[in-house]
Ligand binder design. Structure first.
Ligand code: SF4
Ligand code: SF4
Ligand code: SF4
Length: 808
């Protein structure tokens, strides 16, 4: 049925800019309605009605004037829309829609209509375009319908003045702006406001308008980008004497009469229309105050605005970018939080020191103050406590889709399974039960564990399998990990929910690296791979640590900031072919509740504190699929993609994990060469030498990586970070080689070929371990080489694209 609706919507001209995916999304909001011949779909004066698209049949737009009979204004045929103008201006319906045949319509209620405009602002612009066209027609035909009023109220919707926070910064900045506002509010002539995107030109314009004309006067906002299409015909032509009788009787300045006309991005109006606008401004006899806004340095004005228009503006004021007045950032951020708390009747949260430092370290080149507002609003809505820390600050561009992907959720069966979550829950429970059974067996009946080969499977199959699977299927092990299931089971019953210490968040890579080094070292030194009881103690120790962290701290802090196994799998899965991602356009335009982060009544939020529109790497996604279940907007996708692609497209990542990669690479030499002597020489001196080499190599690898990728101020993935991540295939190959030696029976397995020669049967055999090592190292080296080349190539492409943009 949705397909039928989507098909019908695809034939509507108004919606022609929407993609098929967007049409399908929109279709789910519409309802079919049928009307008989002679019935009225909307009645003139009706207060509440929907937005309609006529799909089948014919109808007339009828207007009744007091004391007169109803008369036909226009006919409607399939594809035409009605009801939108009264929904836009909040007034009662201005006309009646009368069915001339049996009619079938798609109806969208007023809330759905508002959601549609928020989700697709381009549709809003299309409606405004239609209104201006109707105003032209109304002027020319002297129609009774007062389109000017309708247009004025529709455009005033566009000003978002309720969204202004009215904060300028610290005391110094505020005093300076207030002084300037006083000065600009004196009616000496029109004003040009310059400043980078998001610096608050519209808010400034609003406050100048408020001081000059008062809040009740019209404040009309139009956009220079669409000025030529929408407004060119509504600026008055200079009237020659012969023409004066046909001059339009209503124009753009009339709409803003007695108030302010704010033209955004005035420099984007074509030179011809700029000239026409300049002439119109000069002849409009102060009907309204005009403020032009544009993103430019004042020195460039002569270049981008024609002199005639430039001369129309008596003053110019430039708003300073946020990065040049960083002292204002903490005050603005806290001010936004106070206003949000007041509006939502909540306690005012405070930013902790680390979060404040992060806010100060950012450059806000994407959107200045508006970028800061978005970051703070997001942090406010997702914060569960009254302190906002690093985990709630999401910066920078939203995740981008790179290259082709296949969304597995397109399969209704898989989508249904993941949405319900029952199957995964059962697999988790079974895995946890098997794990408990295994630990008990290793602990209390080690001989049986050895004789039944169960013990051999733990080291010989589980570890190598993790190293082999993670580069392809990501953190799929974490989906069913028993450590996590048991930890979560306890956390649901006992939790203290303390704030995670900032040093843990900031230096988690050191904790993960240290625990990883320690576990490997203990394994080798205690000969754990041949000792079931020690193995059981290791597994229990990991589980106890995970439980303690889960009781103390929220969500899966253990998995995100401590787990060495998670660190290993996470790093391996950065380039894997499976990803969970959201559609940022849906998240930014449609979502106000952020369930992926916050959770719902039945399903907790992301255990790794991910906010989906910003999730653009696999390192911290443990494939729990909670977000698939929680998202009410169908934004989450589970994609198949090209292996390795993420590495050369990395935008942001926990840079510290480059150190972890250095550590993992460093220990391969002592593990591979020295640990193999362990079976021959188990003396204390060997242990001392091994320990020295092992820790020395691990720390050297980590330190080298640290020196290469520092500083760690932001999460931006620099070229150096990407180059170190490019070594992941080599690291994994090394670990696969090391683990392969422990696969049960592999040491006695030989692979070869034989043939009949004159001298008899000839055969060549090589040990299976040697073959596995050869394959692993070849793949590791080749994939690392390819990834490094692609990282360099992609960086070069980006630099060229950036310099091209600058030249343009
Ligand atoms: S991060 Fe560690 S504890 Fe958490 S699910 Fe993954 S392997 Fe298990
Ligand atoms: S993934 Fe869903 S819940 Fe999360 S921000 Fe996007 S739309 Fe909202
Ligand atoms: S909730 Fe989503 S983003 Fe978070 S870990 Fe689970 S699958 Fe990954």
């Amino acid at each position: 049925m949705i397909d039928d609706k989507a098909y019908s919507l695809s034939n509507v001209e108004l919606l022609s800019d929407l993609s098929s995916g967007e049409l399908a999304e929109l279709a789910s909001e519409f309802q079919w309605e049928n009307y008989a011949l002679g019935s009225e779909i909307i009645k003139q004066g009706q207060e509440e009605h929907a937005f309609y698209i006529l799909i089948k049949g014919k109808a007339d737009i009828m207007i009744r004037k007091e004391g007169h009979r109803m008369r036909r204004v226009r006919s409607l045929s399939p594809g035409d829309t009605f009801g939108e103008f009264s929904l836009l201006n909040g007034m009662a319906a201005a006309s009646t829609i009368l069915c001339l045949e049996e009619c079938q319509v798609l109806a969208l209620d007023s809330e759905g209509f508002a959601r549609m405009l928020l989700r697709w602002p381009k549709l809003y612009q299309t409606f405004i375009g239609r209104l201006t066209q109707n105003l032209n027609e109304a002027n020319l035909t002297l129609s009774e319908a007062n389109y000017k009023e309708i247009l004025r109220s529709a455009l005033q919707l566009n000003q978002y003045k309720d969204k202004f926070y009215g904060l300028w910064g610290g005391a110094r900045t505020t005093a300076e702006v207030e002084r300037k506002l006083e000065e600009l509010a004196q009616p000496k002539g029109h004003l040009l406001l310059t400043g980078e995107r998001g610096t608050g030109r519209q808010m400034m314009a609003w406050y100048v308008h408020q001081r000059q004309s008062g809040t009740e006067a019209p404040f009309v906002v139009v956009d220079g980008r669409r000025f030529d299409q929408q407004w060119k015909d509504l600026i008055m032509e200079p009237a020659s004497q012969e023409e004066s009788s046909v001059v339009y009787n209503s124009n753009l300045f009339d709409i803003a009469e007695g108030g302010t006309l704010f033209i955004r991005e005035i420099n984007l109006i074509s030179p011809h229309t700029q000239l026409k606008l300049a002439q119109s401004i000069n002849s409009q006899r102060n009907k309204c105050f005009i403020i032009g806004g544009l993103d430019s340095e004042p020195d460039d004005l002569e270049r981008i605005i024609i002199p005639e228009l430039r001369k129309c503006f008596a003053h110019t004021y430039e708003i300073t970018p946020l990065r040049k007045r960083k002292r204002d950032i903490p005050i603005l951020a806290q001010g936004f939080l106070e206003k949000l708390a007041q509006k939502n009747q909540r306690n005012v949260p405070v930013l902790n020191q680390e979060a404040t430092q992060l806010l100060l370290s950012h450059h806000y080149q994407q959107g200045n103050v508006s970028e800061l507002i978005q970051v703070i609003e997001r942090a406010f809505y997702i914060a569960e406590q009254d302190v906002i820390g690093l985990e709630q600050i999401f910066f920078g561009p939203t995740a981008e889709q790179n290259g082709h992907t296949i969304n597995l959720l397109a399969s209704p069966t898989l989508k249904g399974l993941l949405k319900k979550g029952e199957l995964i829950s059962w697999i988790r429970r079974v895995a946890a039960a098997l794990f408990i059974g295994l630990v008990l067996l290793l602990l209390f009946n080690p001989q049986v564990a050895v004789s039944t080969k169960v013990f051999a499977l733990v080291w010989g199959l589980w570890w190598p399998a993790l190293a082999l699977i993670s580069p392809f299927l990501g953190r799929l092990w974490c989906t069913v990990c028993p450590f996590s299931t048991i930890m979560e089971f306890v956390q649901k019953r006992v939790h203290m929910n303390r704030a995670i210490p900032e040093f843990v968040i900031k230096y988690d890579y050191i904790l993960v690296s240290f625990l990883f080094l320690t576990i490997f070292w203990v394994e080798v030194i205690t000969d754990m791979r041949f000792n079931p009881s020690y193995t059981a103690v290791l597994l229990i120790s990991i589980q106890v640590c995970a439980i303690i962290i889960a009781v103390l701290y929220p969500r899966h802090t253990w998995c995100k900031h401590f787990c060495p196994l998670g660190g290993f799998i996470g790093t391996a899965s950065v380039g894997s072919m499976l990803e969970v991602r959201a559609d940022p356009s849906v998240c930014l335009n449609k979502c106000t509740t952020f369930e992926c982060y916050v959770g719902t009544e039945n399903v907790p939020g992301c255990p790794m504190s991910q906010h989906l529109p910003f999730l653009d790497n696999n390192l911290d996604c443990k494939l729990c699929f909670n977000c698939v279940r929680n998202c009410p907007n169908g934004s989450v996708q589970v994609n198949l993609r090209l292996v390795g692609r993420e590495v050369w497209h990395l935008v942001r990542v926990n840079q510290g994990f480059a150190v972890f990669i250095g550590v993992m690479l460093g220990i391969l030499v002592p593990l591979y060469y020295l640990a193999s002597f362990q079976r021959i020489e188990v003396s204390t001196s060997w242990k001392v030498w091994f320990s020295l080499f092992y820790w020395g190599a691990g720390l050297t690898g980590g330190m080298l990586a640290w020196m290469i990728v520092k500083p760690f101020k932001t999460k931006a993935a620099s070229l150096r970070v990407k180059l170190i991540f490019a070594f992941t295939p080599l690291v994994l190959a090394g670990h696969i080689m090391y683990q392969a030696a422990y696969i049960p029976g592999i040491s006695s397995l030989f692979l070869g070929i034989g043939y009949n020669a004159q001298s008899g049967l000839q055969s060549f055999y090589i040990p299976a371990t040697a073959l596995a090592n050869g394959i692993a190292i070849t793949f590791g080296l080749v994939l690392t080489g390819i990834t490094i080349a692609l990282v360099l190539l992609r960086t070069k492409e980006k630099r060229v694209a950036r310099s091209d943009k600058l030249v343009r």
